[in-house]
Design a protein around this ligand. Structure first.
Ligand code: ARG
Ligand code: ZN
Length: 873
């Protein structure tokens, strides 16, 4: 029975403050919770508390007196208290077992240390509580533990007193003055190394910053710390938001279900997004660390100070915070390249989600399992909507609206409607039509046609929008689409298509599509001009435009908007690759698009010197996953082969540049720096090495040399990945050498597992089975499970969709293994089945069989939710 938005009702009690005592012990931790409670609803209302997976339940006192059995109802997941007074103190006592907790939700052990994960519904696994985001409380926490096992004891807020209890045990107290919902609660305890620093806020407050990591890893937290300080400064400069406690702590843990968590004053991170150095982390890792450290820090205002009334509002904090972290990264690095990467991610994950059985609106009105709502739609599309809103209403109104939101809703748990209030006030009109975006699943398709009148000399652009039906939503309304659009005349002059006036201005190019059809009259000199639409990807839509290949190639050289330049090449590549893939699938020999290959090579070389990061993007073809969505029936092997042929042609075209780049990388003796410019050079080198791998083992020896010469993990991984595409003995040799060198570094070994699991050959399935048996494989470590099973099912379309169905069966087996340990993890892996209806009928039948078997197995609620939605027609 799903939870429905329309059923929302305020909680009938307030808990202004709570104090908790934890007697920490891996086997059995005692938790005593004392809440001050005030009735806010009607006098007859009972108090329903969530609570589950407890070892034992002890005393239950109201105003110091044990509650009568008649006044209390307990089942597996709730406790109901009846006949309560208007104001009272409620004290509960329970015992939980952190070491038995493999779900990694609630209080658990990771690497022998205590840690928690409470969002969304983990706090109910720690104590009885109304575990919903609109119940906010001031928390005081006392932690007691063995002094050897856990010399460091952390919780939210500011530290209070600490000291010895006995020779073996000690305590530490924490107080968080900011009322918060239970999902932001955290505690950590263990023996850590610390990387420490300070930050002075804009009004002069000193904040002590600490990052707690495994013993010996402190130096590897330097980049995360640097990112944190830049994020704190950036939020002051750009959004005027200041930090609000005396300390800010980050703890890195090895076993974590997601990327990281924004607990107030005590962020907890998957160690993959904290630890980095030149030897062990790639530029991609550094970039992810900066982005996620920023993301969690920015949540302090968008999520913590102002939180969500209920989980239907998840995008209120996630979409907005992703938007903020994207802007942060854009300011720290290259804005155009950041935009391109954001769009690649959106298309790869969110467009796919929107087109399949798991499609849902950015703000859904129902859910079966809240864990499964942490999706690309809520996060990535949610961020695009904020960006589109900003384009729609303009920078000033956007700023005014944000400020009003921060002022008015600080300290509350609120809704999307409240968020829009400030923007509506700033623009002076109602934005309810824009909010339709939040209620409708599916990606709008905008078709752009040039229409010429028969009897007059007039011409116009006809822009139509359409959204296909999605599960449970057949009728779709038009949405306001702020489309950045401009025109270029024959000689490359940029003009406003309606006025015909020359323009160079980026801000005057927004066309607003309010209705299903919008006609845009073209000025006489714009009638034959080249129209470039959705510049900078101003709206999360698909564009269908009647341009010739020659016109698109022209855009590659004339456009001044970097995204649009890249997009013109991508659109051509998409079409060419799909065409080739269809021919391959039907047994024909495809033609390689020579003109396109030449243009792509030229565009790459033209930008390589000045902006290698952008050049690398120009050289990178659309992913198999993205093309998979456009082919019916989808044939990943044919798509891969089409890509291989184009990559081989690019290799021939760029041979000199490729070898020059490899030689330069070898000759480079400079110190490693993770900065954007250096990373950009390395990314172009990686794109070049990739091309070298497109012709089997032809260049395997040279790539192996690059692997051997590599002085940092970025170059190492680029070569290793390329070798994985070549196959052969050099690949095998590299795999062994890598393992021998990095065996004792778990995060590096994750990369080793993942490269092998994504190698798109027919042996992949057997290899993945072997990797699952590897002595370093660990079913309880989500990073490791993802590096094999996740990499295979989500990153190896060719093998996962193998005609034998063995890929599907393998994932089915993995799910049966993982699910009893960790339902959130198995549900996430199961989403790789979301596109099963796109493959041919034979494969569909095989996938369906596996899904049906899973449906009949006893799986967790999270897993069942995905399986049944995937199967629903
Ligand atoms: N709020 C966290 C973040 O975006 C993610 C929490 C994920 N929780 C979940 N149940 N999926 O930073
Ligand atoms: Zn977040």
């Amino acid at each position: 029975q799903p939870v429905l938005l329309k059923d929302y009702e305020p909680y009938p009690f307030a808990i202004p403050s709570v104090s908790m005592t934890f007697q920490l012990d891996p086997k059995e931790t005692r938790v005593v919770t004392k809440m001050k409670v005030e009735r806010t609803g009607a006098a007859h209302e009972n108090m329903v508390l969530n609570g589950e997976a407890f070892e034992r339940v002890g005393a239950m006192l109201v105003n110091g007196k044990q509650v009568d059995d008649d006044d209390m109802l307990k089942d597996d997941t709730t406790l109901t208290l009846m006949n309560l007074p208007h104001e009272f103190e409620l004290e509960t006592e329970i015992w939980i077992s952190p070491e038995k907790n493999t779900e990694l939700s609630g209080l658990y052990m990771s690497g022998g240390r205590f840690c928690t994960q409470c969002e969304s519904e983990g706090f109910r696994r720690i104590t009885y509580w109304p575990d919903r985001p609109d119940v906010m409380s001031v928390f005081s926490v006392r932690l007691e533990a063995d002094v050897k096992l856990a010399p460091t004891l952390l919780s939210n807020g500011n530290p209070g007193i600490a000291g010895a209890i006995s020779e073996e045990r000690h305590f530490a107290e924490w107080h968080d003055p900011h009322p918060k919902p239970s999902y932001l609660f955290a505690l950590c305890g263990g023996d850590y190394d610390v990387f420490a620093d300070q930050f002075t806020t804009m009004s002069g407050n000193e904040v002590q910053l600490s990052i707690f990591v495994d013993k010996g890893d402190a130096e590897r937290a330097a980049y995360a710390m640097d990112s944190l300080k830049r994020a704190m400064k950036w939020d002051e400069d750009v959004f005027g938001r200041e930090y609000d406690l005396d300390v800010f702590n980050i703890v890195a843990v090895r076993d974590f279900n997601f990327g990281a968590m924004e607990n107030k004053g005590l962020n907890i991170f998957n160690s993959a997004y904290v630890l980095a150095d030149a030897d062990t982390a790639t530029d991609g890792d550094f970039e992810a660390i900066e982005s996620i450290v920023g993301h969690e820090y920015f949540h302090n205002w968008t999520g913590n100070r102002i939180t969500c009334r209920d989980w239907f509002q998840l995008c209120l904090k996630e979409g907005l915070t992703v938007f903020r972290d994207q802007e942060f990264s854009a300011d720290m690095r290259s804005r155009p390249v950041q935009r391109i990467k954001d769009v690649i991610r959106l298309r790869g994950r969110q467009f796919a989600e929107d087109a399949g059985p798991l499609a849902h609106p950015v703000r859904p009105d129902r859910y079966g399992s809240i864990d499964n709502l942490y999706t690309a739609t809520v996060y990535e599309k949610g961020a695009e909507l904020i960006r589109a809103l900003k384009t729609y209403i303009g920078e000033d109104a956007f700023k005014e609206g944000m400020d009003l939101y921060f002022d008015k809703y600080d300290g509350t748990a609120t809704t999307i409607e409240a968020f829009y209030e400030g923007f509506e006030k700033a623009v002076g009109f109602d934005l309810s039509r824009f909010r339709t975006w939040y209620a409708q699943a599916g990606t709008p398709v905008v078709t752009i046609e040039r229409v010429t009148s028969q009897d007059s000399n007039e011409a116009w652009l006809k822009l139509t929008q359409k959204i296909d039906p999605t599960p449970g939503q057949t009728e779709k309304k038009p949405v306001p689409i702020p489309l950045r659009l401009t025109a270029f005349t024959e000689d490359g002059t940029q003009i406003n298509p309606e006025t015909g006036e020359p323009c160079a201005d980026h801000d005057s190019d927004v066309v607003l599509l309010m209705d299903q059809e919008t006609d845009l009259a073209l000025a006489p000199n714009a009638q034959n001009a080249l129209v470039s639409a959705n510049r900078n990807f101003s709206a999360p839509v698909k564009i269908q435009q009647d341009l010739t290949d020659a016109e698109r190639l022209k855009l590659v050289t004339t456009e001044t908007d970097s995204f649009a330049k890249w997009e013109a090449l991508q659109t051509l590549s998409r079409a060419a690759l799909l065409d080739m893939a269809k021919q391959i699938a039907s047994g024909a020999t495809p033609n390689v698009p020579t003109a396109l290959v030449k243009a792509q090579a030229e565009a790459t070389l033209a930008t390589a010197g000045e902006d290698p990061a952008f050049a690398a993007q120009l050289l990178t073809l659309p992913g198999v996953g993205e093309l998979f969505m456009e082919m019916t029936p989808a044939d990943p092997a044919a798509i891969y082969e089409a890509k291989r042929l184009v990559r081989a042609a690019l290799q021939a075209e760029l041979k000199d540049a490729i070898f020059a780049s490899l030689d330069a990388a070898k000759a480079d003796t400079g110190e490693f720096s993770p900065d954007a410019a250096s990373a950009g050079r390395r990314s172009l080198n990686a794109a070049y090495i990739d091309l070298l791998s497109a012709t089997g083992t032809d260049h395997a020896e040279r790539i192996y040399q690059a692997f051997d010469d590599a002085k940092n993990m970025t170059d190492t991984m680029a070569a290793l990945r390329a070798l994985s595409y070549c196959g052969g003995t050099y690949y095998d040799q590299a795999v062994s050498a890598f393992e021998a060198k990095w065996k004792s570094s778990p995060l590096v070994m994750d990369k080793w597992f993942s490269v092998q699991s994504t190698r798109p050959d027919h042996d992949a399935i057997e290899r993945v089975k072997t990797l699952l048996e590897h002595e370093d494989f660990d079913w309880k470590n989500p990073n490791r499970v993802r590096s094999v099973a996740g990499a295979f099912a989500m990153g190896n379309h060719v093998a996962f969709h193998d005609a034998s169905g063995d890929g599907y069966a393998l994932l089915g087996d993995v799910i049966r293994k993982v699910d009893p340990l960790n339902g959130a993890l198995s549900a996430r892996l199961l989403t790789s089945f979301e596109q099963w209806r796109r493959v041919d009928e034979k494969r569909q039948a095989l996938a369906k069989q596996v899904l049906t078997e899973l449906q009949n197995a006893k799986l967790s609620k999270n897993a069942m939710d995905i399986v049944s939605r995937a199967l629903a027609s």
